[in-house]
Ligand binder design. Sequence first.
Ligand code: FES
Length: 232
Amino acid sequence: MHEEAQIGTALTIGSPENDFPLKEAPSYLLIAGGIGVTPIYAMATELAEAGKDFQIIYCTRSANETAYLDEMRSAFGDRLKLHHDDGDPEKIYDFWDHFEEARNMHVYCCGPQPLMEEIKAISGHWPEGRVNFEDFKPVEVVRADDLPFDVELAKSGKTITVPADRSILEAVRDAGIPTVSSCESGTCGTCKCGLIAGDADHRDMVLMDDERDDFIMICVSRARDGNLVLDL
Ligand code: FES
């Protein structure tokens, strides 16, 4: 649309659809990771207005990188639990206490893939329909004509192959190297990584033009030609 729509172009539009609706429940647990707070904030607002029982767990890297921090604190008080992991995989929030026993509540979770996979893994014994997810990933991370390439990780001294159907981030994670991410769609900046060498195909919406020689968003970007050397 950015490339083709002009003033006067006729566009076909539809009404908004809600694929993540709140259902009636005795109480609610809302879980947000990073920018996944967007629907969670709206849900919490609706539940607060309706006088419902709910709690929010909102995980981000740091207070500075927490969207709507002040607004949510003042709107939800102690119903909002914040957790900052400083980008350290060792410090991620431990959700087990909330899921050990299946409760008569509904859970709504929106955030990066690893967070949602974690919640799916620990809620398998909950009745169907109680734990709900919204995958906000808006872009096709891998394209049909993508090719495999190698990435040399300068800090860990490893070289990994990024398959045609995986992102650098996924390949790094598959190799057991700890890394951080949030949106996994090239929009939040969490996975920013130093680019030491190589011709990168930048597909993110975060880096400024003058940063593109030195940094790469490994959740979406790839090698244009040849291999890459990253500061990882
Ligand atoms: S994880 Fe958000 S830009 Fe990569």
